[in-house]
Design a protein around this ligand. Structure first.
Ligand code: CP
Length: 306
């Protein structure tokens, strides 16, 4: 091979021998990484996590990225934008299958297309759901539960109030699934149009009564991007009736805690003075998200850290 220090700007400059030698080298590297037991024994075998975010994210994306950096995993990032081939018309299904074909050890996927769930289930690499449409956000629910356990000392028997846009909120769906399993009493409160369909947990119509009952108040972001014309509750109207503000949280117990998955619409779901209240655990949720996700990836990849 005489490619040492050369640029590759076209194929004319390569000799047939150089090309065949490249093929041979590529096959050797492929076989090295496809032999997992071999690659586990070397520094070259560090896991590679594909972070595939087809919907916007700050906390979830960056906490997975931080967790990978902390654990020494490599990442390849796909953030849907004009610089990817989806802007040339490639379908999201094809995008996922192409990323799968590059053989990452794990894929972390956020998307908003219900049609992709069936495709994701058939991928040959493990997948962590980083938020799928309005359906589920399991790692958010797990980090919420971890935060409740730490701040309150237990989850079992805790009264957890989920407040706001339940209908469109994937965080609500995952928490209504997870928290009762861990022994919490879960209830919802919000505009009738957004809580009316909830059957699996208790419902409060009176916000003051709900806040008096709660040990944990989880305010949710109003999911404007998922609203239709029937969602008539605007930000001001919502805040007037259900938003957390200084006066309203006087109803809460002194040792109750306040959560919000973020991003926060200040003055809509929650006011700045409530965010600054010592009972508010929003930034602790963010911190826990990094380490919960690190632990989850280590478990899935069968890696030890400590
Ligand atoms: N909680 C949450 O999912 O936030 P991001 O949308 O910023 O990831």
């Amino acid at each position: 091979m005489s490619l040492l220090g050369q640029s590759l700007l076209d194929t004319q400059s390569c000799t047939t021998n150089e090309i065949l030698a490249l093929f041979e080298k590529a096959r050797k590297i492929r076989s090295f990484f496809q032999n997992k037991s071999h690659s586990d024994l070397t520094g070259h075998g560090r896991p590679i996590v594909a972070l595939v975010f087809l919907e916007p994210s700050t906390r979830t994306y960056l906490s997975f990225k931080m967790a990978c950096e902390r654990m020494g995993f490599g990442t390849v990032d796909f953030i849907n934008s004009n610089s990817t081939s989806t802007s040339k018309g490639e379908s999201l299904e094809d995008t996922l299958k192409n990323i799968e074909s590059m053989q990452p050890d794990l894929m972390v996927i956020r998307h908003g297309d219900p049609g992709l769930d069936a495709v994701i289930k058939k991928l040959s690499v493990p997948v962590i759901n980083a938020g799928s449409g309005r359906k589920s956000h399991p790692t958010q629910a797990l980090l919420d539960a971890m935060t409740i356990e730490e701040a309150r000392g237990q989850i079992k028997g805790e009264n957890v109030l989920i407040l706001g846009d339940i209908l469109h909120g994937r965080v609500a769906q995952s928490n209504m699934e997870l928290l009762p399993k861990l022994g919490a009493n879960v209830a919802v409160c919000g505009p009738e149009h957004w809580v009316g369909a909830v059957e699996q947990v208790q419902k409060f119509t009176d916000i003051a009564e709900a806040l008096e009952w709660a040990d944990v108040v989880m305010a949710l972001r109003i999911q404007r991007e998922r609203h239709g014309t029937e969602d008539i509750v605007g930000g001001d109207d919502f805040h007037l009736k259900f938003g957390l503000n200084r006066d309203r949280i006087k109803k809460m117990k002194d040792d109750a805690i306040i959560l919000h998955p973020g991003p926060v619409n200040r003055g809509v779901e929650i006011t700045t003075d409530v965010i600054e209240d010592p009972r508010c655990q929003i930034l602790q949720q963010v911190t826990n998200g990094v380490y919960l996700r690190a632990a989850l990836m280590l478990e899935i990849l069968d890696r030890d850290f400590l």
